[in-house]
Design a protein around this ligand. Structure first.
Ligand code: KG4
Ligand code: ZN
Length: 335
């Protein structure tokens, strides 16, 4: 069974061809990083226009690399939300057109579900239940998956998303946009214990997160050091900031698994590419007797293989999406 996946919810145009739900035949991503870098953040109209320019040639290339053509497709899957409305619409229009022309069904997907299913490419899903930590540029949440495609929200950020906090602090440190990967790199040469920073809501007893106090603490530290005539060691600060974020995420994820009595933890989203999060989650969760799964690096950030994977599984359970479906920018997981 051949599935086409299309993902354009934010700043990456992505097309993939997946066979039998879990085997990647091609997985192409055109990033718009250079277009948005000059603005220091993602500009929705620029993102939508760039998707329009790139999507059709990328689709041709993905099909060619997979060794298939439109009449070989059995299913088209596409992200319908959450995301930027203009960006989502570009991918959805293309997906509907292909489904109509190739006369195959369409399945619309929640982007966040895709991030979870990125873990199952190549292997298939382990037996649920699991606790899933989703950490990306737009989201930070803990959810439980009790059976395939059934999710319950355990907690989420009350302000910034983790990736957003990484990007803002990175910009403050002059690391460009998006700064997550650069900050990760810089932190490798720093001491995570060098600067004392808050672990917001670590012991709040719930599964919500807050990132804005940490961000402010970083800015305050820099201002105070400069006022005192001292140089700020950027690597130490990056490592300390990263440790503070990771510390809370790891401890809340383990606490959620403990509370629910589940033994498998699944990580998804762009921030899961972070070296320290992968290290700490592996050691701490394993020490707590949990199995931990995270996607290979190239499947952490936005891609269409994860959409095709989750979409094929939904299709095989009998789901179909009407060609009338509209983009849902605020789509929640579990609805
Ligand atoms: O999942 P994703 O590609 O897009 C969204 O759905 O938002 O995540 C992008 C986010 C950005 O904020 C980026 O800075 C962050 O993931 N990111 C990282 C790393 N790689 C990507 N954050 C920390 N460390 C990394 N290595
Ligand atoms: Zn994403």
């Amino acid at each position: 069974m051949i599935t086409l996946g299309i993902e354009t919810s934010c700043d990456k145009t992505a097309v993939a061809v997946v066979e039998d739900g879990f085997s990647i035949r091609s997985n192409l991503i055109a990033t718009q990083v250079d277009l948005h870098a000059r603005y220091g953040g993602i500009v929705p109209e620029v993102a939508a226009r760039a998707h329009v320019e790139v999507l059709n040639p990328l689709m041709d290339q993905a099909l060619q690399e997979a060794g298939v053509w439109f009449d070989d497709l059995d299913l088209v899957t596409v992200t319908v939300g959450p995301g930027l409305v203009g960006a989502l619409l570009v991918g959805m229009a293309a997906a509907k057109a292909v489904a109509l022309a190739a006369q195959v069904p369409l399945v619309g997907l929640n982007h966040l579900e895709g991030h979870i299913w990125a873990n199952f490419l190549g292997t298939g899903p382990p037996e649920p239940p699991y606790v899933c930590l989703i950490v990306s540029g737009g989201h930070t949440m803990l959810v439980s998956m009790t059976e395939p495609h059934t999710y319950e929200l355990l907690g989420q950020t009350l302000d910034d998303a983790a990736g957003e906090a990484f990007d803002k602090v990175a910009r403050f440190l002059g690391l460009g946009f998006p700064g997550g990967p650069a900050l990760d790199e810089l932190a490798r040469n720093g001491d995570p214990g060098a600067v004392r920073l808050p672990r917001a809501m670590k012991d709040s007893g719930d599964f919500d997160f807050s990132m804005s106090g940490l961000k402010t603490a970083v800015l305050r530290h820099v201002k105070a050091e400069r006022a005192a005539g001292r140089n700020v060691d950027a690597a130490d600060l990056a490592a300390s900031f990263q440790e503070a974020i990771v510390d809370v995420q790891v401890s809340k994820t383990i606490a959620a698994a403990d509370k629910l009595g589940v033994d498998t933890v699944i990580l998804g989203g762009g921030v899961v590419a972070n070296t320290r999060l992968r290290e700490r989650m592996s050691t701490d969760a394993q020490a707590a007797g949990l199995r931990v799964r995270f996607p290979p690096l190239e499947l952490c950030t936005d891609n269409a293989a994860m959409i095709a994977c989750a979409g094929t599984s939904r299709f095989l359970r009998g789901e179909r999406t009407s060609l009338d479906i509209a983009a849902i920018p605020q789509l929640k997981l579990g609805t």
